[in-house]
Design a protein around this ligand. Structure first.
Ligand code: FPP
Length: 249
């Protein structure tokens, strides 16, 4: 009997953290002769399936790029639609997330968000805070350059107040100023829709991530596609700058 992709996964070789650039909602909508927001609405089904799948196999952290800093420049109607969709999705999914023992986190410039979105996020994070399974991190109003610039501002301010010594700055200290503080770096980054870009996402944190691109448009992506990406990840040799012989040894 053929094993399913999920059964072929080696549970001891799973990435602790998977990050996803959910792309292709607009093209999916166009293919269905609908407005872009229709694609985003269907994107929620993919989000639900992937969260379920990540929980089933025991991934620790799943970061989803839901809205970039640059997305604020989209037509007003689409931005408003996406904000309403976020509120709706959080509202309707909280019970399910609770049932699946999921914790929620958020990274991004929360000041930019409409109050109703911020408050909804905060209340959902609070409700799920004692869960112990998968942590889902939504990147909203997020960009890596924004995050790194913010980190530098805080560091310079702390150095000026003599809270840190510039000569003692290390990778680890810098990381403690990022919004992903305390979260392991993603080992696998997935981008859907056949685009080969990083789009200002987690640039510091993905220094050694494996990159996986698929042509599937985000609204069609399901947990089986996540398992396929995980299987592909497990068949790669991660060398971290060393040689194959060193890794084998
Ligand atoms: C990219 O597709 C997708 C987005 C900018 C938004 C992602 C949002 C969702 C999947 C829905 C809500 C999310 C959560 C976490 C509840 P695109 O619009 O750039 O597609 P295109 O490249 O085909 O135009």
């Amino acid at each position: 009997m053929d094993l399913s992709i999920k059964e072929r996964l080696d549970n001891s070789k799973l990435p602790r953290h998977v990050a996803i650039i959910m792309d292709g909602n607009g093209r999916w909508a166009a293919r269905h002769g609908s407005a872009r927001i229709f694609g985003h609405e269907h994107g929620i089904e993919a989000v639900r399936s992937v969260i379920e799948g990540a929980g089933e196999v025991g991934i620790g952290y799943l970061t989803l790029y839901a809205f970039s800093t640059e997305n604020w420049s989209r037509p007003r109607e689409e931005v408003d639609g996406l904000m309403s969709l976020l509120v709706y999705a959080i509202d309707s999914e909280t019970v399910n997330l609770m049932k699946n023992n999921v914790r929620l986190g958020v990274i991004g410039d929360m000041k930019m968000l409409p109050r109703r979105v911020r408050e909804k996020l905060e209340s959902c994070i609070e409700k799920l805070k004692d869960n112990t399974g998968l942590t889902v991190i939504l990147a909203i109003s997020y960009s890596a350059k924004w995050e790194i610039t913010e980190a530098v501002k805080k560091m310079v301010s702390d150095a000026t107040r003599e809270r840190i010594d510039p000569s003692q700055i290390t990778n680890e200290l810098f990381e403690s100023y990022l919004s992903t503080k305390g979260i392991p770096d993603p080992e696998l980054l997935i981008r859907t829709s056949g685009e080969y870009r990083l789009s200002n996402f987690l640039l510091w944190q993905i220094a050694y991530a494996e990159l996986y691109f698929t042509d599937i448009l985000w609204p069609d992506f399901r947990k089986e596609d996540l398992f396929e990406a995980l299987l592909n990840f497990q068949n790669r040799e991660r060398r971290f700058g060393m040689t194959s012989e060193q890794i084998a040894g």
